[in-house]
Design a binder for this molecule. Structure first.
Ligand SMILES: NC(=O)c1ccc[n+]([C@@H]2O[C@H](COP(=O)([O-])OP(=O)(O)OC[C@H]3O[C@@H](n4cnc5c(N)ncnc54)[C@H](O)[C@@H]3O)[C@@H](O)[C@H]2O)c1
Length: 254
């Protein structure tokens, strides 16, 4: 039997918490030993209303909850020195400072998108941009379900920022061209959002050159991709020394 990674799951009664529990049940080397949530409905492991009350021994904390849970989750990480995989989004600059400060005491893994595929797409796109820009024009197209509130997606912006960093940081993000009558400038990076039906999440980056077009794209088939990424991060982070880690460390680009 493989050595187990024992997980403390913050937000265990949420949608992602339930998916993580389901996925961990399919891996021999993963076990959820306790969790926390403001909804303390019974689960097959102890559920605390306050994570710092946890009595069980664990190796890694996974958090898919809400920013309001952050202070107590950070206390748990600092108190135990165990690695924290922070997947909750919507963190303010102040929240991020508190999170990054915790990396002095325990290993902190943070990513706005836990999909392995999206993070590999980002590294491939950076490689392509470093070779093809400025000769090729770059445009990002994303598609999501009709319930999504923000546009473009946070992931499209993550991809745009990664491209921009790669090519020197001078790109101008263009979201809409309907009221301009001018030719495309080399500095433009177009971002386009499609909304409809139940599309989980699609991102394509188009590199259009004078004689060829390269498109690199990713489609999420189910929301489980984020949970699988978090479980892969838990395996990777077990026993890691304090410091800040990201998907770039996990997918081997850093
Ligand atoms: N990084 C990624 O790839 C990724 C992917 C999916 C979701 N997310 C993020 O993960 C978070 C959770 O997503 P979800 O879809 O499971 O949401 P959800 O609303 O279904 O679940 C959140 C859970 O957190 C609990 N909670 C809320 N406030 C709390 C508090 N103060 N203390 C303790 N528990 C509290 C709720 O009771 C709920 O059970 C969101 O921020 C979401 O954006 C990130």
């Amino acid at each position: 039997m493989k050595e187990q990674t024992r997980i403390f799951l913050s937000g265990c009664n949420g949608k992602m918490g339930h998916v993580i529990a389901e996925i961990c049940g399919t891996y021999e080397d993963m076990a959820i030993v306790a969790g926390s949530d403001k909804n303390t409905e019974a689960l097959p492991f102890p559920v605390y209303d306050d994570p710092t009350k946890c009595k069980e021994e664990f190796d890694v904390i996974i958090d898919f909850s809400h920013v309001s849970a952050l202070p107590l989750v950070l206390q748990l990480a600092a108190k135990t020195g165990k690695p924290l995989i922070m997947c909750t989004t919507g963190l303010s600059e102040e929240d991020k400072s508190a999170l990054f400060a915790t990396a002095d005491k325990s290993a902190v893994f943070y990513s706005g998108n836990m999909s392995l595929g999206v993070n590999i797409l980002i590294s491939l796109v950076q490689k392509a941009a470093s070779v093809l820009y400025p000769e090729f024009d770059m445009e990002i197209v994303e598609a999501h379900h009709n319930q999504k509130l923000d546009a473009p997606s946070g992931t499209a912006l993550m991809i745009a920022d990664a491209i921009n960093d790669t090519v020197g940081g001078n790109l101008e993000y263009v979201y809409d061209r309907h009221d301009v009558r001018k030719k495309r400038d080399k500095k433009e990076l177009g971002l386009h959002a499609i909304r409809g039906g139940n599309i989980i999440g699609e991102h394509s980056v188009i590199f259009a050159g004078p004689e060829e077009v390269l498109t690199i794209s990713h489609s999420a088939m189910t929301r489980n991709v984020f949970a699988r990424g978090a479980v892969a991060a838990a395996r990777f982070m077990k026993g890691k020394a304090p410091g800040l880690y990201s998907m770039e460390n996990l997918v081997g680009t850093k």
